[in-house]
Design a protein around this ligand. Structure first.
Ligand code: SF4
Length: 425
């Protein structure tokens, strides 16, 4: 019986393909620039990662490829920064395409996430990214998902071409404010990055509008239709969560952006920030949760509850913090509350709120078991609800908090720091 290779074996095989067409070429036969690809600290150039494409979308596996970990920028938080001594590796566009298509052919992945350091001029790096996408789309007719991370400093024509070929384009903004960005990434400029973001956004919105008007999708030139993402490093600058979420909300308002990524800062050895304390991972989770509230739960920015320093409370998730600050809205009656009201109850999400509204139209809801069956986290929701006028739990919602473990409520995002905050997000 043929054994399925483990991840290590898969990646070793794929790396060997970078150097030659023959399978199984030993690493020692690789060209020198690829020999360190598996060294500890080299930020391995490949990984395979299961993801869901969009909320409720199909599960798939993306191959995430770091085209090179060489960089001429010197961002203080980044392990790939110019001044840090580490093994560097570089995949050429044709090698990268060969690796990816070999993995697709073997059924190991169906989509690509492509990112890169910036060795030398950004326009040259953009040309390489474009070459990868053009080879995949126009030569090899690859019609699957491609998410590409754009580099700052690209010119307008490059941005247009890259967006035309990608399913999703993302951009690392790193900080919500130009001054604080300059402190941690001296060569980066927020205004320049935002000009690039607006160029991509315009293309994405145009394409979405065209599709809305009936233009069929060109799968080889999807035009970034999945929407942009943007990424921020959290805790490396003094920016507060309020500053960050206000910035993000303003950026969302012009459409074309799908969501944001937050990466809690962690100090990397041999970088200028090596002695700065890591940001708590739960802060990153709270930001994701607040972002959900703003995008999916109908919360307005002014409703987000912050502490005296302008940060999200870490002890409770943002929805619970809001509920605690607004006792006048509770308890909520399950049999009559609008879906929007139900979604404001801790432990009830958009899907369970929708199910409650649908089921109660035809069924008499009798108790906690019925709610649990619809996906409600009753240990959290019960104290905020009544059913037919009766409280579902004797303990009041404010006392109930003592029974919760806030970390259980930290959200679906798995915190995994394999690489730099700025690398694979
Ligand atoms: S964050 Fe990006 S640009 Fe900055 S040093 Fe790291 S790889 Fe280079």
């Amino acid at each position: 019986m043929m054994r399925t290779p483990n991840l290590e074996a898969k990646l070793a095989l794929l790396m060997s393909l970078a150097g030659d067409d023959r399978e199984g070429l030993p690493m020692s036969h690789l060209p020198p620039r690829l020999r360190h690809a598996n060294d500890v600290g080299a930020l391995r150039p490949l990984n395979l990662r299961p993801v869901r494409l969009g909320r409720g979308g199909p599960r798939t596996t993306l191959m995430r490829i770091l085209m090179t970990n060489a960089c001429s920028f010197n961002c203080h938080y980044c392990p790939m920064r110019r001044d840090r001594d580490m093994p560097r590796t570089l995949l050429k566009p044709a090698e990268l395409v060969r690796i990816f298509l070999a993995a697709v052919e073997r059924g190991w992945c169906t989509g690509l996430f492509l990112t890169t350091g910036i060795p030398g001029r950004p326009v040259k790096v953009m040309d390489d990214l474009i070459e990868v996408l053009a080879l995949l789309r126009e030569k090899h007719r690859f019609a699957g998902y491609i998410h590409v991370k754009m580099v700052p400093g690209a010119d307008a024509a490059q941005i247009e071409r890259l967006t035309a070929l990608a399913t999703r384009v993302s951009l690392n903004l790193e900080a919500p404010c130009g001054d604080t960005l300059a402190r941690i990434a001296p060569e980066k400029n927020l205004e320049t990055a935002l000009v690039s973001l607006e160029r991509v956004r315009e293309r994405v919105n145009d394409r979405r509008d065209e599709e809305r008007e009936g233009r069929p999708r060109d799968v080889l030139h999807p035009g970034g239709v999945a929407g942009m993402t943007m990424q921020f490093v959290i805790g490396a600058t003094p920016d507060t969560d309020r500053t960050l979420l206000d910035k993000i909300t303003a950026l969302y308002s012009a459409r074309g952006i799908h969501h944001s990524h937050f990466a809690a800062f962690r100090p990397i050895r041999n970088t200028p920030l090596e002695n700065v304390r890591a940001a708590p991972a739960v802060r990153e989770q709270r930001l994701y949760q607040a972002d959900y509230l703003l995008r999916d739960y109908g919360f307005a920015p002014r409703e987000v509850v912050y502490d005296a320093d302008g940060n999200l409370p870490l002890a409770y998730d943002p929805k619970t913090a809001w509920a605690l600050a607004h006792p006048e809205h509770f308890p909520i009656e399950v049999r009559t509350a609008a879906r929007e009201q139900l979604m404001r109850v801790p432990g009830i999400g958009p899907a369970s709120a929708r199910r409650i509204v649908r089921e109660r139209a035809t069924t008499q809801l009798r108790g906690l078991a019925d709610l649990r069956a619809m996906g409600v986290v009753t240990t959290r929701a019960a104290g905020f609800l009544t059913l037919g006028g009766r409280r579902l739990q004797n303990v009041r919602w404010s006392e109930q908090l003592g029974f919760w473990r806030p970390d259980e409520d930290a959200g679906a995002y798995h915190i995994q720091y394999e690489v730099s905050p700025g690398t694979f997000r």
